[in-house]
Design a protein around this ligand. Structure first.
Ligand SMILES: Cc1ncc(COP(=O)(O)OP(=O)(O)O)c(N)n1
Ligand SMILES: Cc1nc(C(=O)O)sc1CCOP(=O)(O)O
Ligand SMILES: [Mg+2]
Length: 524
């Protein structure tokens, strides 16, 4: 099954763009629809404004009537409701107020009836890349009626400055302004750093992501501030960059990815688009549409800007010298012994009882057994004991990454496996060059309570397309005999399994049956 087959076999999610028309075709509604189509969504347009615009000038801006704006919203909602909405140019205060009212009443009512979430991404467009104003009123627009109604706002430096009503001279002020906007509008903020007018931005373009509560995301990554940094791409063709970014974020969310992932993927999409951008008039040209990003080099480096422990850089862990294949995860020593006896060559001991008095003893026993069978034993969570007694490796969750002494694990020569549940977490994990990365949970599981939704096969396929070849990728969560072949088709390297082995009548037999199925399944 190819990437295309998987994605095109699913119904295209609907994304709306509520924005202005750019007659030059590089920004506004035109850029949004091109982005949505490129990211395999169906784009609908609610036109707020018509602009007579080229790459060098905006010569006339004409807002549509309130009646027309409302008619587009209502007509679409009856028949082609959105999975996500991007809002771009709103021409005047009346349009902001009308839209706020519509989001609060009509969209809210739809969301309640349909029992789903519809993310709303606001790009507070004010000025075109040629420098001309795009709104049609003299005083600054007030976005406060949209407070609590939007998922994310994506200002550039000039827009952020206008939104908080003060000039921004350095990175510290930028950060404070982004936090203050988040409070003011009760929303997540992506303060973009690509804008060259931000004097503190050098050879790198750094975006600040202030996130509050985010549905479907680990609490570890909520109510935090992150930076997303990419090398600056020198190009004068940057017309429609903000429109492309915000409509890409909406499109990726429409595919069911969490906000953090949508921002990360959209950044990569814009980076790739700028690299292949082209001139079409005398002024800044538009971005290229380069489809779903698959090059790791396009993705930003992610760092937490919160006070507290941060992840080390310039660190790496042992690579594993043979494919893991089927990777059983067990909680008991007798089960570990049975599976080693049955032929398991890589196995994990996952003891979750907080105060198990036998913990250290069990870890010593497990390590001794693994040596007897020349198997690779990973210890979940208890990295200090794993280091102390010389286990082959340690498996850590994302939250453990900030608590464990990764340098100590690396220096002691242990391998490291890391859990991930999203693009965002995959990138955080990849930055510390682990021995493998686990991707979960792919299907429903009862083994543990998960803050995220099951990833499913399409997301797994996206992750594999991006990371294959960099690290062994291990799929986990709800994998059993019936699902093995589908999982193998994604190209993922290995699978980790709990219940399908530990709850089988004969775990050793189940292990070998699953192993046989995994090895016999082919990637077509
Ligand atoms: C192979 C593999 N993948 C994921 C996990 C989950 O680890 P973690 O996120 O640390 O959660 P707990 O297992 O501690 O509940 C794993 N153990 N193994
Ligand atoms: C321990 C664990 N970690 C997961 C993750 O996604 O990080 S899913 C999971 C449980 C996997 O158990 P089963 O094979 O019984 O579904
Ligand atoms: Mg753990």
């Amino acid at each position: 099954m190819t990437h295309l087959e998987l994605t095109s076999s699913a119904l295209k999610p609907v994304v709306w763009s509520i924005a202005g028309s750019d007659s030059g075709g590089g920004a506004g509604i035109q850029a949004d629809l091109a982005t949505m189509q490129d990211l395999q969504c169906h784009g609908c347009s609610v036109i707020s404004t018509v602009t007579a615009q080229s790459s060098v000038v905006v010569s006339l801006v004409e807002a549509v009537s309130d009646e027309m704006l409302l008619a587009q919203l209502d007509t679409l909602l009856q028949d082609i409701p959105p999975k996500a909405i991007k809002i771009g140019l709103l021409a005047n205060q009346g349009q902001i107020n009308l839209l706020a009212n519509w989001l609060a009443l009509d969209l809210h009512d739809y969301i309640k009836r349909a029992d789903l979430d519809v993310p709303v991404i606001l790009d507070p467009v004010m000025v075109a890349s040629c420098g001309d104003r795009l709104d049609s009123q003299d005083n600054a627009l007030d976005f406060s009626p949209l407070k609590g109604l939007i998922t994310l706002i994506t200002p550039n430096a000039a827009e952020l400055s206008a939104l908080v009503g003060q000039p921004l001279f350095d990175r510290e002020q930028y950060l404070l302004a982004a936090k203050s906007l988040s409070l003011k509008l009760n929303t997540n903020v992506l303060a973009k750093g690509g804008d060259k007018s931000a004097a503190w931005q050098g050879r790198h373009a750094q975006d600040i992501f202030v996130c509050i509560d985010v549905v479907g995301c680990s609490t570890l990554h909520q109510n935090r501030v992150f930076s997303l940094t990419s090398p600056r791409i020198e190009s004068t063709n940057n017309h429609g960059t903000g429109c492309t970014l915000s409509s890409a974020i909406a499109s990726v969310m429409a595919w069911g990815f969490v906000l953090h992932d949508a921002i990360t993927v959209a950044k990569a999409y814009v980076n790739a688009g700028i690299k292949q951008s082209y001139g079409i008039g005398a002024g800044p040209g538009p971005l290229a549409r380069t489809s779903w990003p698959k090059e790791l080099s396009e993705f930003p480096r992610i760092e937490s800007l919160d006070i507290g422990p941060s992840l080390p850089s310039d660190i790496s862990f042992n690579s594993i010298d043979e494919p893991i294949g089927l990777y059983p995860v067990v909680a008991e020593i007798p089960m570990l012994a049975e599976l080693l006896q049955a032929g398991a060559r890589t196995i994990q001991l996952r003891i979750k009882e907080a105060n198990d008095p036998e913990l250290e003893h069990k870890i010593i026993q497990a390590i001794a057994l693994s040596r007897d069978y020349q198997a690779k034993l990973f210890i979940n969570d208890h990295w200090k004991l794993a280091v102390k007694h010389g286990a082959y490796g340690v498996h850590l969750g994302q939250e453990d990454l900030y608590l464990a002494d990764l340098n100590q694990i690396s220096v002691a020569g242990l391998a490291l496996g890391i859990s991930s549940h999203s693009y965002f977490e995959l990138i955080l994990a990849a930055q510390i060059q682990p021995s493998y990365i686990a991707l979960g949970h792919i299907f429903e599981t009862t083994t543990k309570v998960m803050p995220s939704a099951p990833q499913g096969i399409i997301k797994l396929q996206h992750y594999v397309a991006l990371f294959k070849g960099y690290f062994p990728l291990v799929a986990i969560g709800g994998i059993d005999a019936g699902k093995i072949s589908t999982v193998k088709q994604t190209g993922v390297d290995d699978i980790a399994v709990v219940r399908a082995i530990t709850e089988a009548a004969e775990p050793g037999v189940a292990f070998n049956e699953l192993k046989g199925l995994w090895e016999a399944s082919n990637v077509s």
